[in-house]
Design a protein around this ligand. Structure first.
Ligand code: F6P
Length: 552
């Protein structure tokens, strides 16, 4: 059965007509018409500002987009998610990642049962483990752990690796390393230089069957056993998983297994025990602040009126760009080096969720769905692919993320060095560092300005190669400083944006069948690649490639 409502059809039709009517209206002209456009087309939540005034849309566009959200029942669907209904209908599961970042008494239920007791107990077990690793109470054969290696892939890697990097200025625990690729070079490179007697491995796999993770885990175990013997495995390994029996069969005791639940999707799991690497690196207190940021965004999403609701607006502008303007991709450009893995994190979050071609009812979708999401940190991107963003033939909406203050705030450090009458050299270094941030900010703002304004042929001195068409949309999200709380807000903002878009497209954002076929075929191909047998059953290209890599 296809979801159909005349209100929905009417909302799409009104948007299409409105979009056609906007043809020829330049973004820059909208600022000339409305002196207060910045105030009118920006919104905030707990200190996080989202400026969308540099998009080609008007108050009427927003009204029509909100009417679309209304007709699609987005807020009702949101409430069903928070109420623990099985909205992941292809797997008959609830979608309750908001519960794993919620505080005591948040009242999340599943089948009438409060889930918070379990969530809090697991959180406390992880915190206790992290504290003991940091304090040296849980130690390796050679003493307190100096290095922790997380082995996982997809949602069991991208969240922790991104968050650990993002919050580097808060690290005061052991060094963290991440191995995800089944390419043996990844594990070998990470292990080089590590002391097995002081290395802890965390095997992070919801299912404990993912071939890349289990292959890396076995090789890591062999590395450890070579130095310390098999009996050391239980002291040097921990697991984050929902599959207790498989974890125990691997040799990791249940006391060192930290679980989560099937109602938390892999790409939504950084808030759970999957966040153990961050708890160890920065400590449970900082991790609690990270959860608080995510929870604050949940409250905002549930309580703020749609017109001022950040995830709602970000999702609707996504719909505007994708479905009305026809833009096939969006770039995420953090002007914050420590958010360097944020675009990669969002690729899984967004594309694994909304890269779908059938509706919740299994019918082909009537409109295009999830765009390609990509990005790199600014300023580096400027010296690479920004050429295409400014002068290429495709329009790519850009989402800039910008910190008002650098993470280590060297200006503050310089002040405290001055106050403590520290060395002249220290002061000079901190002063030099404090000069970076204004430059970073100026670059970010200059990019969105250039995208909007462009440069005319006359301004380019008649040289067409130097013309910038301009009128290219961007959103800028500004935070004060990249703290654990802010990181939590940002992730939850993007999670809910994915939700809003999926609700409008009527697709299920919470399964990922699209990754299965490749896995099955890889399993079948492993034999022919190893032995060279069975090639006659393969297509000509695949058989030819197998022969080539086997050197036949
Ligand atoms: O490749 C798909 C996927 O299932 C992701 O959704 C998931 O995050 C990843 O694999 C890892 O899965 P697991 O945690 O079970 O090892």
């Amino acid at each position: 059965m296809t979801r159909h409502s005349s209100a929905l059809d009417a909302a799409w039709a009104a948007l299409r007509a409105h979009h056609a009517g906007l043809a020829g209206t330049r973004i820059a002209a909208l600022f000339e018409e409305d002196q207060a456009r910045f105030e009118g087309f920006s919104a905030s939540a707990d200190g996080l500002l989202m400026d969308y005034s540099k998009c080609r849309l008007t108050g009427e566009t927003r009204r029509l987009l909100l009417a679309l959200a209304d007709a699609a029942g987005v807020t009702g669907f949101r409430d069903r998610m928070f109420a623990g209904e099985p909205i992941n209908l292809t797997e008959n599961r609830a979608v309750l990642h908001a519960a794993i970042r919620a505080p005591k008494g948040a009242g999340f239920t599943l089948d009438g049962q409060d889930v918070m007791a379990d969530v809090l107990a697991m959180r406390e077990a992880c915190f206790a483990f992290a504290r003991d690793v940091r304090g040296g109470k849980i130690a390796g054969a050679g003493g307190a752990f100096t290095d922790v290696v997380n082995i996982g892939i997809g949602g069991s890697d991208l969240g922790p690796v991104m968050a650990v990097e993002a919050l580097r200025s808060f690290h005061d625990g052991p060094r963290l390393h991440f191995v995800s690729n089944v390419d043996g070079a990844h594990l070998a490179d990470v292990l080089k230089g590590l002391d097995p007697t002081r290395t802890l491995f965390i095997i992070a796999s919801k299912t404990f069957t993912t071939i890349e993770t289990m292959t890396n885990a076995r090789s890591a175990r062999a590395w450890l056993a070579r130095a310390l013997g098999e009996q050391a495995v239980s002291d040097h390994f921990a697991a984050v998983s929902t599959a207790r029996e498989k974890v125990e069969a691997f040799g990791i005791p249940a006391s060192r297994m930290f679980g989560f639940w099937d109602w938390v999707g892999g790409r939504y799991s950084v808030w759970s025990s999957i966040g153990l690497p961050l708890m160890i690196a920065a400590g449970p207190e900082r991790f609690a602040e990270f959860l608080a940021g995510g929870h604050a965004m949940d409250r905002h999403f549930r309580e703020a009126e749609p017109k001022k609701n950040l995830p709602m607006l970000l999702g609707l502008i996504g719909i505007w760009h994708r479905n009305l303007c026809g833009h096939a991709s969006r770039a995420i450009i953090p002007y914050a080096q420590r958010l360097s893995r944020f675009p990669a994190y969002l690729q899984q979050l967004d594309m694994e969720s909304n890269g779908k071609r059938v509706t919740r009812e299994g019918e082909p979708v009537a409109t295009v769905t999830g765009p390609i999401v990509w990005g790199e940190p600014g300023t580096n991107g400027q010296h690479a692919f920004f050429q295409l963003i400014h002068q290429g033939t495709d329009i790519i909406p850009v989402e800039f993320l910008l910190g008002a203050k650098g993470e280590d705030d060297p200006a503050l450090k310089a002040k405290s060095i001055e106050a403590a009458s520290g060395s002249r050299e220290d002061l000079a270094f901190e002063k030099a560092l404090s000069a970076h941030q204004p430059l970073l900010i100026a670059n970010c703002l200059a990019q969105s300005q250039a995208l909007m304004r462009g440069r005319t042929l006359a301004e380019a001195g008649g040289n067409p190669h130097r013309v910038f068409p301009g009128d290219r949309p961007s959103i800028t999200i500004v935070f004060e400083r990249l703290t654990p709380f802010v990181l939590g807000q940002l992730i939850a903002l993007y999670e809910h944006r994915v939700f809003v878009e999926a609700a409008i497209w009527n697709i299920n954002a919470y399964d990922q069948w699209g990754v299965e076929l490749g896995k099955e075929l890889a399993t079948k191909l492993e034999g022919p690649v190893r032995t060279g047998e069975g090639l006659d059953t393969l297509d000509g290209s695949t058989a030819g490639l197998v022969r080539r890599v086997r050197g036949e």
